[in-house]
Structures are given as structure tokens and as C-alpha cells.
Design a protein around this ligand. Sequence first.
Ligand code: ATP
Length: 368
Amino acid sequence: MGEIVLEGVVKRFGRVVAVDHVDLKIRDGEFFVLLGPSGCGKTTTLRLIAGLEYPDEGRILIDGEDVTYKDPKDRNVAMVFQNYALYPHMTVFDNIAFTLYLRRKEMGLTKDDIRRRVLEVAKLLRIEDLLDRKPGQLSGGQQQRVALARALVRRPKVWLMDEPLSNLDALLRLAMRAELKKLQKDLGITTVYVTHDQAEALSMADRIAVMNKGRVVQVGTPEEVYLRPKHVFVATFIGAPPMNLIECTIDAVGEDLWISCPGFSRRVPDEARKAIESAGVKKVYLGIRPEFISVSKHEAEGSIQGRVYVVEPLGSEYIVNVDIGDGLIVKAKILGPKEKLSPGEKVYLNMDWSKIKIFDYKTGEALA
Ligand code: ATP
């Protein structure tokens, strides 16, 4: 078991509110990611769960037990932090094995068991050739993997990880993401993982809490936060490139509501109408992800005219930046233009209207 509950947790540092009334329920066996920009309170939230900080308000429960003011050692959690302090005088093997040796009696482990476990994680993290070295003889990325191994070798209720892959090169990082996720799923150890990298969050998490300014803005599966963001902050923080946001107005035309945007206007879909009416808003953001826009050289019904601003090839895909008037750039992500698109060329955009999101301009909250 390893359910973690945060109830109304507040942490202040002087006048800075690092964590502002956070409520979270992290399920047993879940891979849970805290995602947000630098300074949003992710690390502090993790340190509160670990017991390295105590909150000013609220409670933290692990498996129903109030651990709010308990020592880290009494919480049965293993941590990997950004500034991994390895024991400099010990070999890599001993660094990884150390906590197992300390607890081998209570855990009922023989020397051989410990050796087997260390070799297992070392292999997984591709550091098996480094076991005889001292930390001073390792690169930053190798040291980081040793720190990760030290946590993974234990089987606590909870793993807490703060950007554990940040010092690895892109290829190794991708490989480690997959290995880490596989191991977590095999062992079913509840994991709270901090990152500011949205792609990492989407690829690893069962659920993500998106944080901003100490608050949790949305909790959901990767699909939910990507396709149904509750706030413009989530819409623009997740996705590369982020969701297009276009300032538009809402107007009543006869019986209908219309959304008027620069260069185009359209009847508000019935599904969205109720929410917009009850919010009583005039000004909104129309949001659409770049992959739900296609680009053509030929006009079609409802298409939006623009001019190619620039094309960014990404290998298998292309981002086409289109100026739809007055310098307003809309980004479309396409699999590859059928015909060559040159800057300045006239093109037509077709949006998939079933994928449109509408946000209140003032509050940023999703209306539909
Ligand atoms: P990053 O991704 O940059 O690590 P983060 O989202 O993990 O950022 P935190 O480290 O939790 O953010 O910091 C949240 C806020 O609290 C920041 O404004 C930070 O400056 C402040 N803060 C964190 N620790 C302390 C401290 N010990 N003393 C004073 N302020 C702190």
C-alpha cells in the first residue's frame, strides 16, 4: 500500500507562499507527476511529503496515517533529489548497497540478496561497469544514475523523485524514462515524480498535477490535461508547440451565439453554448491544438485565409506558422506538406471544430 493524501497544505517561506492550499489524493501504485514551471512549488510539495519540510497548515497522510510532522526515516519513503549527495569515499556499489546493509536484518536480506539487487538496478540504469569507481570519478549524468539506483534498490511504500533524469543526454533520458516506468509498474510502488518537462510528464504519468504559483491548476490523466485543459495555463504549458489561443468575441445573432475572431466567425456549437451563456462572457480565447489544423493551398467552405510566415521541419512533421492577419500567427502541425509551402504564400487553414476549446478571457477558465 502507498496512498498519499495532502489536505489543505500550505508552506510559506517568509512572504513567499511556496505551496498554497494544495489538496491531492495520490493512489496506491500510481505514477503521479507534479508538473509546472520553475518556482511553482513542485519541489517544496515533494519535500513536504518526504518530511524534509513541515507545512504551516494542512495535513499529510500516507495510508491513512497522519505523517505531517514525522521524521523522513519514519515514513518509509525513498527519495532522489536534484542535488544528489553521494558518499564520496565509498564505491558506487557501496553507495547503492548502503541503506540495504543498514537494514538488512529487519529486511531479512542476505549478502547475496543485496548483491543481486544492486546488480539488477545497476544493469537497468546502465552503470554496471562503474560499480568499483568512486563518485569523484563519474560524470554528472553517471552520478545522477547512481543516486537513482540508491533509491530504486529499496522497496519502500513510496518513491519520491525530483527531476531524476535532468542531467542525462536526450537519448539516455528517453531510454531511462521507459526503464523507470516499467520498473515502477512491475513493482507497483507509488511514485511521485517532479518535472518541468511536459513531454516527460505526458510519457510517464498515470496522472499529472499541473501546478502554477503554488497551486494545483488541474489533476488528470495525460490525455485529460492535453485534450481537456481546464485553464489556459494548462493549455499553453502542455504541448509542443502549445495550443493556439486566439482572442475572439461572443455576439448574439438572432437566436444564435456567434464567435467572432480575426479573419473568421462561426456559430457557437450547441455543446459550448450553455456554458458561455451562463458565464455571461463577451470576450473569450478560442483554443485549438496545432495538430487539429490542416493547411491547404485551396479554399474550402469555412477555411481561414492566411499567408505562410515560416515552416519549421521536425523530421516526420512540420510546424507551419501562418499569419491570418495583423501579424496573428496560428501554428498548424502537419505530417508533411503535399506541396512545398514558401513564406508569403497564400494558404487556407481548416480547423477541426470538434476539437475547439473556449476559455474565459478574464479568468482563463475553460468554458467548453
Ligand atoms: P524548480 O523547478 O525551479 O526547482 P519548483 O517548482 O520546484 O521550482 P520550489 O523549489 O518548490 O519550486 O519553490 C517554490 C517557491 O518557494 C519559489 O518561489 C522559491 O524561491 C521558494 N523557496 C523554496 N525553498 C525556499 C527556501 N528554503 N527559502 C525561501 N524560499 C524558498
